[in-house]
Design a protein around this ligand. Structure first.
Ligand SMILES: C[S@@+](CC[C@H](N)C(=O)[O-])C[C@H]1O[C@@H](n2cnc3c(N)ncnc32)[C@H](O)[C@@H]1O
Length: 351
């Protein structure tokens, strides 16, 4: 088991975990193949439905063996096999706590049905009354605080809903994009790791792919283990880990802004959904937001000042590092005309 500490292991997760056979993981985050025909390096992602359901139960059982009694288990899965996951979890005696829908824009366009724009994330624990859940680490500014200035509002904010629409899929223009076919965003994994584990806890990803879970766990000062059957993906994950740094430790935080802090600021901005204009105009909201940011990056001794945070956000907005909030469109120049533009000469007509 110690051989897995802070390692990306090459192998079949069922074989690797069955050999361990004793609990070590505080949190398991699994993003298995969805059986929808993705082109992976070493795995054929289109198998008979019954075989897939049986395999799902096998790998979930192998994970369950290594999950600690107070451990949490999150599984991302598509529509086709979400029922298999739930049935297997019931058979293994896992307790479901949330059925999260990750909703994203720019779903896959189809001509003869609605565009698919979500993934299921099922959240289980082993023991329904004894598990880690750091609510303070993920609370967001509530509508009572942001819209109604209601004195009864909980000063800590509210828990996010179980439909998560604040995390875009990793697209080609993103800095974190590796070229892997279905990379998870670090932001979504960071929320899960923060809420369901503590510093130095052990996070396991049995289907590591490009290593996003390990990278995020490492940045958040957790122990990580990733497993994948592709040597190429294992090497890619190891490269990402080599290139990422953990959070600056408390007291060492005078370096000012860096890439990681900017990423944290961006995630927090999208999670709290308070536009920069509103933060600029409302000092109460800016203070709330700044407290959340400082708590998150553990800058307790030398906290960022609200004005500094606001200015950074505005700067990131101007340099396009910060996209618009979901539901808040970017102001654009008015259209000159409503007529369709004519195709340019030599332009290929697509439809
Ligand atoms: C959906 S991808 C994971 C993507 C990952 N979350 C990321 O952000 O990059 C699923 C991965 O499972 C791996 N895989 C398939 N079968 C496996 C097995 N039996 N054991 C370990 N890894 C496996 C595939 O090679 C693929 O990289």
């Amino acid at each position: 088991m110690e051989g897995l500490r802070n390692e990306i292991k090459l192998g079949d997760c069922i074989e690797v975990l069955s050999k361990i056979g004793e609990p070590f993981a505080d949190l398991i985050l699994a993003d298995p193949p969805f059986n929808i025909g993705y082109k992976y390096d070493k795995y054929h992602d289109k198998v008979d439905k019954k075989n897939f359901a049986a395999w799902t139960k096998d790998w979930m059982a192998a994970c369950n063996l290594v999950l600690k009694p107070q451990g949490s288990f999150y599984i991302a899965i598509g529509d086709e096999h979400v029922a298999d996951v739930k049935v297997a979890a019931d058979e293994l005696g896992l307790e479901m706590r949330n059925w999260i829908i990750w909703h994203y824009a720019f779903g896959q366009q189809m001509k003869n049905k609605f565009a698919r724009s979500h993934t299921h994330i099922l959240y289980f624990v082993k023991d329904k009354s004894d598990f880690i859940f750091n609510d303070d680490s993920v609370r967001v500014i509530s509508d009572r605080q942001k819209k109604y200035q209601d004195k009864r509002a909980n000063p800590e904010g509210k828990m996010p809903d179980d439909v998560w629409d604040e995390y875009p899929r990793v697209c080609g223009t993103f800095k974190e994009r590796t070229g892997f076919p279905c990379q998870m965003p670090e932001s979504i994994l960071a929320r899960i790791i923060r809420v369901s584990s503590n510093k130095e806890n052990w996070v396991l990803d049995p289907f590591s792919g490009s290593g996003t879970t390990a990278v995020t766990a490492h940045k958040l000062n957790r122990v990580y283990t990733g497993i994948d059957i592709s040597e190429e993906y294992v090497k890619e994950a190891e490269r990402r880990i080599r290139e990422c740094k953990g959070l600056p430790i408390e007291g060492e935080s005078k370096q000012g802004w860096n890439e990681h802090l900017e990423a944290e600021l961006k995630w927090l901005y999208h999670e709290n959904k308070v536009p920069t204009e509103q933060l600029d105009a409302d000092s109460f909201l800016l203070t709330l937001f700044s407290e959340k940011f400082n708590t998150r990056v553990r800058k307790t001794r030398n906290p960022f000042q609200p004005r500094e945070i606001r200015d950074r956000l505005i700067q990131m907005r101007k340099s396009a590092k910060l996209g618009p909030l979901r539901g808040h469109s970017i102001p654009r120049k008015p259209r000159k005309s409503h007529t369709r533009r004519k195709p340019l000469e030599n332009e290929v007509a697509t439809k």
